[in-house]
Design a protein around this ligand. Structure first.
Ligand code: PRP
Ligand code: URA
Length: 209
């Protein structure tokens, strides 16, 4: 599918299946999401440019590869985005962080904003927006449009599960923003939930249901 990278690494798929299981505890769900985020971060940053830096090893001088150019910012779509954010910050501790607080109105499925705070220099950064679930895509597109209004230009979106309807809606609104996901599920149900899915990601992370 154009513009969508499916991260089908066996470790990701195995951990995702454990997360889908309704008998998985809140603690295990959180731990698995953090572990998967490390593997997904690896894929979403795969094309970052490298340059070299002259260093001295204990043996001799060498030109060693280091990241070049634009720095990173992660944008967490609250609440569930924080589950991906934490692992990604383990890998890139220097990344700046934006928080976009949104919840889905249960009747209209529209995204309702309640918080927004972002670094001032988003225009100079590769921005990776994270949220485990892409269902209707109303939340992801609202968050990314907000980041764009703050100056972000080079944006990619990382999730765990996507619905085909959500991908279509996302690409209609944001055709130039690449999507990275660990799975594309069957469909949305009549309540806008992904099936087979994993349920409500925020509730499962925080034990709020
Ligand atoms: C969930 C999820 C996404 C959104 C996806 O958040 O984390 O943000 O729904 O659905 P959409 O693609 O149809 O917009 P929710 O609104 O449940 O808030 P929460 O993370 O605070 O639980
Ligand atoms: N939000 C979730 O957390 N899960 C879904 O299946 C859809 C939206």
């Amino acid at each position: 599918m154009d513009g969508v990278t499916l991260v089908d690494h066996p470790l990701v798929q195995h951990k995702l299946s454990l997360m889908r299981d309704k008998n998985t505890s809140t603690g295990s769900f959180r731990r698995l999401l953090r572990e998967i985020s490390l593997l997904l971060c690896y894929e979403v940053t795969r094309d970052l440019e490298l340059t070299t830096k002259s260093i001295e090893t204990p043996m001799q001088r060498m030109d060693a590869p280091v990241l070049k150019g634009k720095k990173l910012a992660f944008a967490s779509i609250l609440r569930a985005g924080n589950g991906l954010l934490e692992g990604m910050l383990d890998l890139v501790p220097s990344a700046r962080v934006a928080h976009v607080g949104l919840y889905r109105d249960h009747d209209t499925l529209e995204a309702v904003e309640y918080y927004y705070k972002a670094p001032h220099d988003l225009s100079n950064r590769v921005v990776i927006a994270v949220d485990p679930m892409l269902a209707t895509a109303n939340s992801a597109t609202a968050a990314i449009e907000k980041l764009q209004a703050s100056g972000a230009k080079d944006i990619r979106f990382l999730c765990l599960l996507a619905a085909p309807e959500g991908i279509a809606n996302f690409q209609k609104i944001l055709p130039d923003v690449p999507i990275f996901t660990a799975a594309i599920d069957e469909r949305l149900n009549e309540n806008g939930y992904i099936v087979p899915g994993l349920g409500d990601a925020g509730d499962r992370m925080y034990g709020t249901k």
